[in-house]
Design a protein around this ligand. Structure first.
Ligand SMILES: [Zn+2]
Length: 419
């Protein structure tokens, strides 16, 4: 069998594995809370709070969709015309067009150009956040964060680009196989190291101060059978007023993180409710699930790019001879951008199901639906979330169930539990 035949077979295997993983690992069987409960919950929220949140979300929209459209157009323009290949050549020229210069500097130039062209939209977003009082760090803090994220992306990007184009040179016929394994490995590696290498670039993390709340949280984790070494507090308040919590990392790097804003804004019982949700993610191994599906998806993308990239008309549009050369990197970015847009609703759907399971876990663990609901109201109030967003936007991008869905879930739990 030819390498191409093996690639087709591998692609089929990966699609199957991804499907099986999604069927087995994603909690599909949990019906959303009844719409009647959601409507009732919405009716109980203060009218002016809902109106204010919707006004804020509308103000964000032009920037968000502008960035999406411009990002897509730039990717298509660079990838499906010879312009992108020329940009890569240009970036490599000071180094005599050496392949490593083209691979790393050319690749980074393509990404940086797209970032710069969408920069006005990021600034728009920041101006809206400031106007509505959610952002606290001002334009200089914003710029520093932006530069930090460019540097982090450039470091990870340079490693990935150099690795990828070394493999395409060493194994011109089988690079897709090594590339797929490498991409999957990189996803797993990043899951491990992000909390210890990347997150500290943006925030300071300190163990939660000893006291009744910490004691309560550690006792709850023990009761839940989830070994947690510590609950960390992130100094999010230097950037935002928004409240949040999350789990990240795998094995030795796993941690539960709460924003200092949450500790400031919410009651201890509400913080407990939030941490119970995060323990749900830990207990159901949601970071593992995300890492595994991410790794399969990355491997699948590499093999699909190899197969698509041998399609003559596409190569002619991009003005390149082979998809494996650094000059074809803009074409890869164009294909990945389109695939990302197509996959977004599916990713959001999976995320909402996983989040709903963590909510159910929090309700069962705390047995306190009233506090859970109060916390959801507070989250929506402080974060200016639309409690019942437009359907299309929800389906397209919502990573969590809506506020009214979460409130309704608490009411359904209370009914069942007879509380
Ligand atoms: Zn969650």
């Amino acid at each position: 069998m030819t390498p191409r035949g093996w690639a087709v077979l591998t692609l089929g295997g990966l699609v199957l594995a991804l499907l099986v993983a999604s069927i087995v690992l994603v909690p599909w069987g949990r019906p959303p809370a009844p719409r009647a409960d959601q409507v009732a919950a919405l009716g109980e929220l203060p009218v002016d709070q809902v109106a204010h949140a919707r006004e804020f979300r509308s103000a964000l929209r032009p920037g968000a969709y502008g960035a999406l459209v411009v990002g897509l157009l730039v990717a298509l323009l660079l990838g499906l015309t010879p312009l992108g290949a020329r940009l890569v050549e240009l970036a490599g020229r000071p180094f005599g067009g050496h392949w490593t210069a083209r691979a790393v500097l050319g690749g980074l130039a393509v990404v940086l150009l797209a970032d710069l062209l969408t920069l006005p939209f990021a600034a728009w977003r920041q101006s809206v956040l400031t106007r509505y009082g959610l952002s606290t760090h001002g334009w200089s803090g914003w710029a520093v964060d932006l530069l930090k994220s460019y540097v982090v992306s450039a470091v990870i990007g340079a490693i990935a680009l150099l690795g990828f184009y070394t493999v395409t040179r060493l194994a011109p016929r089988w690079w897709w196989a090594f590339g797929a394994a490498g991409a999957a490995g990189l996803v797993v590696l990043l899951s491990f190291v992000l909390p210890v290498l990347v997150e500290p670039v943006f925030n300071r993390f300190t163990p939660m101060e000893p006291g009744p709340l910490r004691t309560e949280l550690m006792a709850m984790a023990a009761r839940d059978g989830v070994p947690v070494r510590d609950v960390l507090v992130a100094d999010a308040s230097r950037r935002t007023k928004a409240v949040n919590a999350y789990v990240s990392g795998l094995g030795p790097t796993r941690r539960v993180v709460v924003y200092d804003t949450l500790l400031r804004e919410a009651t201890p019982a509400e913080v407990t409710s939030v941490v119970a949700h995060e323990l749900g993610h830990a207990k159901d191994r949601d970071v593992w699930t995300g890492t595994l599906t991410g790794a399969l998806g990355a491997a699948l993308a590499v093999v699909a790019l190899y197969l698509l990239g041998s399609w003559g008309p596409l190569l002619r549009l991009a003005g390149v001879d082979s998809v494996a050369e650094p000059r074809a990197f803009p074409l890869l970015i164009a294909l990945v951008t389109v695939a990302g847009l197509v996959a977004a609703p599916a990713q959001a759907l999976v995320s909402r199901r996983v989040e709903a399971r963590a909510d159910a876990h929090a309700l069962a663990l705390t047995g306190d639906p009233a506090t859970f609901e109060a916390m959801q109201r507070r989250l929506a109030g402080v974060n200016l979330a639309d409690p019942d967003p437009p359907r299309w936007e929800y389906l397209w991008s919502a990573s969590h169930p809506s506020t009214v869905e979460r409130m309704a879930a608490a009411r359904a739990y209370a009914r069942e539990a007879g509380r």
